[in-house]
Design a protein around this ligand. Structure first.
Ligand code: ZN
Length: 266
């Protein structure tokens, strides 16, 4: 097959995929989170016409109230290591729901859980935090999203408090487009996502809480394992205002534990 045919084929496949992706994802917003489950996709038949049904009927949904959970620290847990390193070509992405950074396709950064490696695909921010402690939010929350070749999703979450200015957070805000779905891939800026981890934790051996959960945005798919760090990072009050200039209240409310407990590495 010559190059031209291959390119045409690739274009056709991409176009089909893009069309499918659009038809499989009706519009949603955080304002209407109580009824995400009821959003219909008129292009699909029963039962696929409720593509976000899991948001309503799921029993292992995220986020949760950490203050309401029973903490089990007696189980031996795997070592957690965030081996991120510098990405030389990150893409600054306004996802339509939040400020996000997509790692480049040849980025090698990954989260190691024991011997298993989960490549870092993107990281993004919520304002205020999604996970709460006894009903209380933090000002914001960072989610590192990892997916391995089997499609297993691992999210590492870090609470964000107000305090010292955060230089890497500033770089991200300055380079993220303000228009929905805008992408900035040509900034020529290098980012090391590890610089957003709490400075008082060892990235090669992180303390953590872990719990089975879901995506916190539609389709709210379960089977996502959450790792929550026990330390916070800070951004300045001005930086939080800058984040709110993109999206505010882009956080899902805490969901019932339904018998789940929180495992602690400490
Ligand atoms: Zn998130």
């Amino acid at each position: 097959m010559n190059t031209k045919i291959l390119r045409n084929l690739a274009f056709t496949i991409f176009t089909c995929y893009a069309t499918l992706a659009v038809s499989a994802s009706p519009h949603w917003s955080h304002d209407e989170q109580a009824t995400w489950w009821a959003i219909q996709d008129p292009t699909q038949n029963v039962p696929l016409n409720y593509p976000f049904g899991e948001c309503g009927i799921g029993k292992h949904q995220s986020p949760i109230d950490l203050g309401a959970a029973t903490i089990n620290d007696s189980k031996p847990l795997s070592k957690l290591a965030a081996l991120y390193g510098t990405d030389t070509a990150p893409v600054f992405f306004n996802s339509g729901h939040g400020v996000q950074v997509n790692t480049s396709t040849d980025y090698k950064g990954a989260l190691m859980i024991g011997e298993e490696s989960f490549p870092l695909i993107q990281f993004h921010f919520h304002e205020p935090s999604e996970h709460v402690v006894k009903g209380k939010n933090f000002p914001a929350e960072l989610h590192y999203v990892h997916i391995n070749e089997d499609g297993r999703i691992i999210v590492l979450a870090v609470a964000i408090d107000i305090g010292d200015e955060n230089p890497i957070f500033g770089t991200i805000l300055e380079n993220t487009p303000h228009e929905e779905n805008g992408k900035n891939a040509s900034a020529g800026i290098q980012i090391n996502p590890a610089q957003l981890l709490p400075a008082d934790l060892d990235p090669a051996n992180l303390d953590y809480y872990t719990i089975a959960g879901s995506l916190t945005t539609p389709p709210c798919s379960e089977g996502v394992q959450w790792y929550l760090l026990p330390k916070v990072i800070t951004v300045s009050a001005a930086q939080l205002e800058q984040l709110k200039g993109f999206y505010t209240n882009n956080a899902r409310e805490a969901k019932d534990l339904n018998g789940r407990s929180l495992l602690s590495s400490q």
